[in-house]
Structures are given as C-alpha cells and as structure tokens.
Write a protein that binds this ligand. Structure first.
Ligand code: HEC
Ligand code: HEC
Length: 276
C-alpha cells in the first residue's frame, strides 16, 4: 500500500468511529444498519413465495406438463421424467428416452427450478422457455414439432377454451411455452421449516438439524451448495483428481446440484462431490 493510501486510513477510521457512535446512540434503520444485516446473512437464503400467481395460466401449464400429446408418439409427457410425486424427477440414475435407451444425463428436479441461474447440467440454457422448446423438439426426448403439436392442442375443446381465456386466441408457440414456464415457476417450496428457521424462527428445526446445518457450513459444503436453492447457482469443474467420466461422456464441469428437496428424491448421484 502506497503512502497516499496509508494517509487516508485515519480519516476512514475516524468516519467509521463517528458512524458507530451515531448508530449506537440512535438505532434508526439507515443504509449502514441494513448493510450489517446483509453481512451477517447465511450462505443459504429462504425461498420467497411467488406473488399472486395467475392460477388459470398455471393450471393450463400443469395440464400441458402432464399431457402425452406433447410428444410425437403420444407416449411421453414432461411428467414422465419429472414426476411431481417423486420430488420432480424420475428416480433413475440416468433417464430413459421414449425408445428405452439411457440418456447422457439424469433428470434434475423441476421443484424450485426458477431459482437456477442456468438450466441443464452444462448450463446451456438461460430461460425455461428456451430449455422447454429444446426438449419438445429433441428427437430423443419429446420428438414433436410445432406444426404437429399446435393442431393437436387446438382440436381439443378444453384447451381451445382455456387458451382463449388466458391468451385471447388459439394455442401458439409463445403461449404454450409461456403456460409451461408459468407452471414450472409456480413449483417453488416457500415456507419450509428450514425457510422459517432461516428467517429467525429458531424452533422451526430440531436441535440435531440445526447442528447438521452448522456442520454443513463448517465443512465448507456451502461453498458450492448455497443460495436459495442450496446449489445450482455455480459451476464446478470435474476430474481434478481423476476423470469421473472415464468410461464415456466428456463432461468437464457441472452445475453444483441444488440440495433443496433432496430427501424427497431417491436417485443416486452420478459422481461424488468435487473436493472443496
Ligand atoms: C425422457 C425424459 C425427459 C422428458 C420427457 C423431459 N425431460 Fe426435462 N430433463 C430431462 C433430463 C435428462 C434433463 C437434464 C438434461 C441436461 O442436463 O442436459 C432435463 C432437464 C430439464 C430442466 C432443467 C432443470 C435444471 O435444473 O437445470 C427443465 C426445466 C426440464 N427438464 C423441464 C422439462 C419439461 C417442461 C418437459 C416437457 C416439455 C421435460 N422436461 C421433459 C429428462 C426429461
Ligand atoms: C466444490 C464444490 C462442492 C462442495 C464443496 C460440495 N459439493 Fe456436493 N455437489 C457438488 C456438485 C457439482 C454436485 C453434482 C454432482 C452430481 O450429482 O453428479 C454435488 C452433489 C451433491 C449431492 C447429491 C445431490 C443429489 O440430488 O443427488 C449431495 C447430497 C451433496 N452434493 C452434498 C454435499 C455435502 C454434504 C457437502 C459437504 C460435506 C458437499 N456436497 C460439498 C459440488 C460440491
């Protein structure tokens, strides 16, 4: 540090002392008080409830999500691989394509998916609409096309009525993707016991669970499993010590896995966590 910078320190220190004295004698909520709240924040933040979701739209999206007519062979729906009763995935180590072959990846949960900054394990999509369209058109997944899908939906009187009510017209590419995304955005899990604990309600989790959370932080798990979704918000490099995909594949990095709702899922993880 140069002499010019060193000369500024006493001034800063003086200002800090003045500010401390002011805030000690007068505990009003100033910008400084708010900043100290942020500094004491946990690495994991509670999930916020979506403000007043459009229920007609999410119900329409929910029907689409469960409808096998969204696939070319009328045999697979989004819910085939993202089963809401199983925690939002399929419980398999690797998901199966409609023809029965193992896919390269396993299906992530769709619960709290709107909290992930990038989608898919390689993070190759940024929005649910882009990701969902790719799934619909992918030959190994839903294997459909808009030319094939839209007339199928429009021929269904219930869909025609619902699309007219929510979007003012027959189903089109934008409204189908919007309804699907709205439904997935509604799949957040606010106000879990853990969220209440994070908001300061200490009795919301057991003493053993609170101890586990302390260990989780002290072992450094929260270096990668952090934010509202307890992960899914950064990428981690694989294969620093050994190639975890030596038998095939070639994935170099993956998003850290969100651990929200982990207990609800029964699927083994594909590779162990990277060393912190
Ligand atoms: C055949 C199984 C299968 C079907 C059917 C399927 N998915 Fe997926 N889904 C997957 C797999 C596998 C991944 C991970 C892909 C990757 O990482 O490249 C995935 C990833 C996702 C993700 C990203 C989640 C995240 O956290 O990154 C979303 C969102 C999603 N699917 C929604 C849908 C929707 C909506 C449909 C229906 C239009 C659908 N899926 C149909 C297997 C499936
Ligand atoms: C250096 C980053 C990093 C650290 C530190 C880390 N993890 Fe992970 N963790 C990951 C990544 C990346 C994955 C996804 C790998 C996979 O599932 O194939 C993962 C996956 C998991 C899974 C599997 C989740 C599932 O749904 O299958 C669990 C459980 C887990 N981590 C718990 C922990 C615990 C507990 C700690 C601390 C002892 C920890 N992790 C430390 C990056 C990390």
């Amino acid at each position: 540090m140069g002499p010019a910078q060193a000369g500024k320190i006493p001034v800063r220190l003086f200002l800090l002392l003045v500010l401390l004295c002011v805030s000690a004698s007068e505990p009003i909520r100033t910008g400084i008080g708010d900043r100290s709240d942020i500094l004491s924040e946990e690495p994991i933040t509670p999930i916020e409830a979506e403000p007043r979701p459009d229920t007609d739209k999410t119900a329409l999206g929910e029907r689409l999500f469960h409808d096998v007519r969204l696939s070319g062979g009328n045999d697979v729906s989004c819910a085939s691989c993202h089963q809401l009763a199983l925690g939002g995935d399929d419980g398999l180590d690797r998901s199966l394509s409609p023809s029965g072959t193992a896919l390269e990846f396993n299906s992530p949960t769709v619960f709290n998916v709107s909290l992930n900054f990038r989608l898919n394990w390689r993070g190759n999509f940024r929005t649910l609409e882009e990701q969902n369209e790719a799934v619909l058109l992918d030959h190994t997944l839903m294997n459909t096309s808009w030319q094939e899908l839209l007339p199928k939906l429009n021929a269904d009187a219930d869909y025609a009525r619902r699309f007219a009510r929510v979007y003012g017209g027959p189903p089109d590419r934008a409204s189908v993707l919007d309804a699907l995304a709205a439904f997935q955005r509604s799949l957040t899990t606010p106000n879990a016991r853990f969220d209440r604990y994070l908001r300061g309600e200490h009795a919301a989790i057991t003493a053993e669970e609170a101890r586990g959370f302390e260990l989780f932080k002290s072992y450094g798990c929260s270096a990668c499993h952090q934010g509202a979704n307890v992960g899914g918000n950064l990428f981690q490099r694989f294969g620093i010590f050994a190639d975890p995909f030596a038998e095939g594949g070639g994935l170099e990095a993956s998003r850290s896995r969100p651990l929200r709702d982990h207990g609800a899922r029964k699927r083994p993880t594909r590779v162990p966590c990277p060393e912190p």
